[in-house]
Design a protein around this ligand. Sequence first.
Ligand code: NAD
Length: 370
Amino acid sequence: MEATIALLPGDGVGPEVIAEAKKVLVAAADVSGGRLRFHEALIGGDAIDRTGTALPDETLEVCRNADAVMLGAVGGPKWDDPSASVRPEQGLLGLRKALALFANLRPVRVHPALASSGPVRAEVVSGLDLLVVRELTGGIYFGERGRRGDPTGEAAFDTLVYSTGEIERIIRRGAEAARGRQSRLTSVDKANVLESSRLWRATADRVVREEFPDVRIEHVLVDAAAMYLIQQPKRFDVMVTGNMFGDILTDEASVLAGSMGLLPSASLGQGRPGLYEPIHGSAPDIAGRGIANPIGMILSAAMLCRYSLDWPAGAERIESAVDRVIADGARTIDIASQGRESIGTADMGDRIAEAVAGEKGTGVSFSRCG
Ligand code: NAD
């Protein structure tokens, strides 16, 4: 078994955290005796500086030829000029579009040892294991928009459109994910107001009834979902929702974990490759200091094993190594309680890689080169 992984370190802390994820993947591959090949390519501000564009053709080619793509982060103050015609985010949005990545998966797990590091009461979040599945290439962010004249001056509009096909495929992703968990799917919409939500709700019900009779579906209005996420997040197993609601709810959910640095994500299309990145940005305030938390990137690599390499044992190996290192007390500065000693990015990566290597083999054949 062989796999090729495109590595896009990007900007700020991106290269720092991606180096640790690579280290951990290599450890997981070594212990199983197979073959992983890494191809590095430019994206974001780094790519603008070197090539004048945020997503060079060569990068797209490397990604298209890979089994999976790992991305660090893009952006930073150096490229923040709002009037600039070339911006780092174009690299990420262009990649999502080019690879037709319509489903964004964001798991939010809260290790009991870290339950008190966030703003929500420890007993509310301790042991939380929630997956948010967000539609990524449709809805109001992609609908017709514009300005028009108005007696008071000007009016602006953005259009929220969802087709049956778009809804069906994201509901299937959510239901498939629920099947591998507690088989509970919460579809979030605003069906009391929006016509697009009424189509969403009816389609979700039909897909689950016809194709996933073993999955239990409930519908929650987005305003209530926002409240439940803080009050009783453990009532959710898998939450599936549209682009804008998902954008907002996933940021809210990330607060439950205590640090941006902890959370992974996967963006998937119909076939390969998937895109795996931490939910955080380039963190320019801490870049270059070797203190960024690499766990979000490392857990993204675990998702890569699960969804793109069809290697769930590799994913579980990495996830349980992360759990063990946290349980043993290792903390980067963002998750260290006051007065407690913290370790750097590379040290955290080393410890997780060692924990991965220390686990028994799974029998899956992997090796590495490059
Ligand atoms: P950010 O996620 O980079 O940082 C927010 C806060 O979280 C900062 O205090 C930062 O130090 C902290 N943080 C982030 N990652 C961390 C980690 N791994 N370990 C410890 N602490 C961490 O968001 P921002 O400051 O709003 O944005 C900075 C830049 O990143 C901007 O240019 C923005 O456009 C870009 N951005 C990129 C992505 C992406 O590449 N997917 C996502 C969001 C923001």
